[in-house]
Design a protein. Structure first.
Length: 254
């Protein structure tokens, strides 16, 4: 049975997943920050970034800001596109803790309070499919919780990852995140597909197409270390049942 992605409710998903910065997301974001913070992209011409399957999650876009002059938010669902188009004009205060986490690295901190204007100038929403990405166009890329969260078919999972990597120019840095052993999820009453994947499956899919690949695991009950909130939320409750944590793959395209 096919999924009606135009019926996906982005605000409900944001409220369920990102309205408060969780410890596991903070750990995942910190790993991404520490990777991108020391990367470089070409200085001649426009530096193009892409976030594939953005949905209601802006933190991969924030993580790419130091490396890009323009960022394409590629999204398939109509409601997601509409929500994102409004959000990037002046993103909501809920994303401020995510930005503070990024600003612990000097590559981000120099943006200061100008970051909202930077996002509005840099980001653009484009409706499209991961399976129809152009080849060798972008200088940096992210794809968070997409390939394993749009299908139950392992072949389509591999295809999504390969299309993502192939859309990057050779040597382009990327970060891709996956729910570990996900067994499906529900948003606003809509049941959505998922494929249970492990670190080995992610690595096997990427190893021949990338350079300097590093695959990390974030526990689903990762310690919440944001000093503002640590006293009131010392340890995460699991986001939902039916997954074992998060996987992050960082590297460069061949």
């Amino acid at each position: 049975m096919s999924t009606n992605w135009d019926a996906f409710e982005p605000h409900a998903y944001w409220k369920q997943n990102y309205a408060s910065l969780r410890g596991d997301d903070r750990s995942l974001l910190s790993l991404t920050r520490d990777f991108f913070g020391y990367e470089q992209t070409p200085t001649d011409g426009r530096r193009r970034g892409i976030d594939v399957g953005t949905g209601a999650n802006l933190y991969p876009v924030l993580a790419m800001l130091p490396l890009c002059d323009e960022i394409t938010l590629l999204e398939y669902g109509a409601r997601n596109c509409e929500w994102l188009s409004g959000e990037i004009q002046r993103y909501s205060p809920g994303w401020d803790p995510y930005w503070r986490t990024l600003c612990q690295h000097p590559a981000y901190s120099h943006f200061g309070y100008d970051v909202r204007r930077r996002v509005a100038r840099t980001a653009k929403v484009e409706r499209g499919s991961v399976y129809e990405l152009p080849e060798q166009r972008y200088h940096v890329g992210t794809m968070f919780f997409v390939a394993e969260s749009i299908t139950t078919d392992i072949g389509q999972f591999h295809q999504a990852i390969h299309k993502f990597v192939n859309c990057l120019v050779p040597g382009a840095p990327f970060a891709a995140a996956f729910m570990r052993n996900s067994r499906g999820y529900t948003v606003a009453g809509q049941d959505l597909p998922a494929l249970a994947v492990t670190e080995d499956q992610v690595a096997d899919c990427l190893i021949d197409r990338t350079l300097d690949l590093v695959v990390s695991t974030v526990d689903s009950r990762a310690q919440f270390t944001d000093r503002e909130n640590a006293a009131s939320m010392p340890l995460n409750k699991q986001l939902r049942s039916g997954y074992d944590g998060m996987i992050l793959a960082c590297g460069r395209s061949k």
